[in-house]
Ligand binder design. Structure first.
Ligand SMILES: Cc1cc2nc3c(=O)[nH]c(=O)nc-3n(C[C@H](O)[C@H](O)[C@H](O)COP(=O)(O)OP(=O)(O)OC[C@H]3O[C@@H](n4cnc5c(N)ncnc54)[C@H](O)[C@@H]3O)c2cc1C
Length: 246
């Protein structure tokens, strides 16, 4: 056997291994599933000993699980859009292992958390051979390849918000369309999820154009557009009712 599986205790050591081509192993949910293109290479760098599973809001370690995000009382109260997106992600077994860092890095188009994180203006800390830097989750997802490890996520200030999705069947299933809404004080920030390869903005509060939406065997772009309109209207009404839009 020629491969290696290492569990460093320092992020820079892990980042160095990743730079040399080792597969970064977060929770392993995407890496070990045939449903996704992610694959384990011969050499693996496992992040589980890096002490990245702490919640110290607004900072969250990259190895905090989706399950933990969904039930954390402070997140549910202060960042409800993120907690709600976590609660509807996959199934309990996946949520127990999948990490927030792996979920962002996996760039799965139907993923639930990214839209909520982008609506909050969340940022991630990236560690690579040159050290650590922070970038917006939105910029990370808009850039085709960003080398380095995601070590922490900064949710930004707490804010009222919500997350709604529609899937093709009841129970755990990938979303056909989803909307995250966050009250950023002077405006309601909206992001559309699962309708393109990354979360889409609502430019100036208007709907993303039909032409920018995915059109596939699961739903047409026109259908997704209508669903986004309904979900966004529901979230607007909910936030208005809780005093978030006046
Ligand atoms: C059955 C099933 C159903 C699912 N349903 C949903 C769903 O409904 N909604 C949804 O949103 N998602 C869904 N998913 C996707 C799931 O949420 C992701 O697989 C999971 O979030 C990935 O996180 P992870 O920590 O397991 O990443 P891993 O599998 O460990 O890694 C995923 C990718 O990210 C890289 N990576 C991991 N951690 C880091 C890091 N810290 N820094 C840099 N790169 C890193 C890995 O190298 C790999 O390329 C489903 C998955 C499964 C298996």
């Amino acid at each position: 056997m020629t491969g290696s599986w290492v569990r460093p205790v320092h992020p820079t050591v892990a980042a160095r291994a990743a730079t040399r081509g080792a597969t970064v192993f977060g929770g392993g949910a995407a890496l070990l599933s045939h449903a996704f293109p992610h694959e384990l290479g011969d050499d693996v760098v496992d992040l589980s000993d890096l002490d990245l599973d702490r919640v110290d809001l607004p900072l969250v370690g990259a190895m905090v699980t989706i399950a933990a995000l969904a039930v954390d009382r402070e997140i549910c109260l202060g960042w409800p859009a993120i907690a709600q997106a976590a609660a509807v992600t996959a199934n309990p077994e996946v949520r127990r292992v999948a990490s927030i860092g792996g979920t962002i890095a996996a760039r799965i188009p139907t993923a639930d958390l990214p839209a909520a994180l982008c609506a909050h203006g969340a940022r991630i800390e990236i560690v690579d051979d040159d050290g650590a830097r922070w970038i917006a989750v939105e910029d990370y997802l808009e850039t085709a390849f960003v080398p380095g490890l995601i070590t922490r996520v900064d949710f930004g200030p707490p804010a009222l918000g919500g997350y709604r999705r529609l899937a093709g069947r009841p129970g755990p299933a990938p979303a056909i369309a989803a909307v995250a809404a966050v009250d950023r004080g002077d405006r309601i920030e909206l992001r559309a999820g699962a309708v393109a390869d990354r979360p889409l903005r609502f430019p100036g509060g208007a709907m993303p154009p039909v032409a920018s939406l995915r059109d596939d065997h699961r739903a047409s772009a026109a259908y997704r557009h209508r669903v986004l309109g309904v979900l966004a209207a529901e979230l607007h009404a909910e936030l208005r009712a809780s005093g978030g839009d006046e």
